[in-house]
Ligand binder design. Structure first.
Ligand code: G
Ligand code: G
Ligand code: MN
Ligand code: NA
Length: 250
C-alpha cells in the first residue's frame, strides 16, 4: 500500500510510461491499431509491470486518476502516430470498477473528444457481471459517443451469453490462454473457431491475443479472425519503438 501512496505523485512527476502493442489486420496485412499498456518507471523500485500495481490501484481508487492519465497519453500518442503518417486506432484498458463511476465516464468522454482518431475501450466481461445494469448503461453511453468497446480476455470469466447479447461491443478479444493451447489441443482450436463464428454472427470483429508462432497466425487467419496481437508481430513498446517498427514495416 505504500506503493499506492506514491501513485498520484508519480503520475504528476511523469513516472508513468505508456507502451503500445501493435494490432495487425489479417486481411489488410498491416498494423491498424495498438493496445496501450501502462508501465511504472519507479525511481527506486525500477520498472514495474501493470500486474504489480493495477489490482492495488483498483482497490484503493487510484485507478481513476491512472486511467485518465493513460487516456490523455493515448490521445497524445495517437497524434504523434498520425503526424508520422500512421492513422491508428488506440485501445485503452478500462477497469471494470470504473464502469460504476459516472464522473469517470464523463471525464473519459471529454478526453476522447480531443482525439484525432478512433479510441477503443477494452473492458473485461467480469466487470459487467459485477454490476450489470450500471456497467451496461455506461457502455451504451460510450458507444453512443462513438467510443468503440471491446470485450477483453474473452473466455476466462463467466462468459455469459446473456451479457454477450446485451453488450454493444464492436470487438471481442480471445484470451491468449486459448491461443497458446490451440496448436496442441483440438478442443482449444474448436473453442477459438466457434468463438470467432459467434462474434461474427453478433456483428463483432475478433482480435486474437498471444500469437507467438507462425502456426498460430496461419490457423487464426484460416478461421477468419480479423486482428492479431502477439509477440510474433511485436511486443509492447514505447512510442518511439512503435514509430520505428511502423516505418520499417511500411
Ligand atoms: O502490459 P502487460 O503487458 O503486462 O499487461 C498486463 C495486464 O495489465 C493486462 O491484463 C492489461 O490489461 C493490464 N493493463 C495494462 N495497462 C493497463 C491500464 O492502463 N489500465 C488497466 N485497467 N489495466 C491495464
Ligand atoms: O489486457 P490484456 O490482459 O489483454 O493485456 C495483454 C497482455 O498480454 C499484456 O500483458 C501483454 O504484454 C501480453 N501479451 C501480448 N502478446 C503476448 C504474447 O504473444 N505472449 C505473451 N506471453 N503475452 C502477450
Ligand atoms: Mn487488454
Ligand atoms: Na486479454
Amino acid at each position: 500500500l505504500s506503493l499506492m501512496s506514491e501513485m498520484r505523485a508519480s503520475i504528476e512527476a511523469g513516472h508513468m510510461a505508456l507502451y503500445h502493442q501493435p494490432k495487425f489486420d489479417l486481411r489488410r496485412r498491416g498494423v491498424t491499431g495498438t493496445e496501450a499498456l501502462v508501465r511504472w518507471i519507479h525511481p527506486t523500485r525500477g520498472f514495474l509491470p501493470p500486474d504489480r500495481f493495477i489490482g492495488m490501484a483498483e482497490e484503493t481508487g487510484h485507478i481513476r486518476a491512472l486511467t485518465e492519465w493513460v487516456l490523455a497519453q493515448a490521445v497524445r500518442d495517437q497524434k504523434a502516430m498520425a503526424a508520422a503518417g500512421h492513422e491508428l486506432a488506440v485501445s485503452v484498458n478500462v477497469s471494470g470498477r470504473l464502469l460504476g463511476d459516472l464522473a469517470f465516464a464523463e471525464a473519459a468522454l471529454e478526453l476522447v473528444a480531443g482525439a484525432c482518431g478512433d479510441i477503443c475501450f477494452e473492458i473485461t466481461e467480469t466487470a459487467v457481471v459485477e454490476n450489470p445494469e450500471l456497467a451496461l448503461a455506461v457502455i451504451d453511453r460510450f458507444t453512443a459517443a462513438g467510443v468503440a468497446v471491446s470485450i477483453d480476455d474473452y473466455g476466462t470469466g463467466l462468459s455469459s451469453l446473456a451479457y454477450l447479447k446485451q453488450i454493444r461491443a464492436g470487438e471481442l478479444k480471445i484470451d491468449k490462454s486459448f491461443v497458446f493451447a490451440m496448436g496442441e489441443s483440438q478442443r482449444d482450436a474448436l473453442l477459438v473457431r466457434s468463438t470467432i463464428d459467434l462474434a461474427h454472427g453478433l456483428g463483432m470483429k475478433v482480435t486474437a491475443e498471444g500469437i507467438e508462432t507462425e502456426a498460430a497466425l496461419a490457423l487464426l487467419t484460416g478461421m477468419g479472425c480479423d486482428l492479431a496481437q502477439g509477440y510474433l508481430i511485436a511486443k509492447p513498446m514505447p512510442l518511439n519503438g512503435l514509430l520505428n517498427f511502423l516505418s520499417e514495416d511500411a
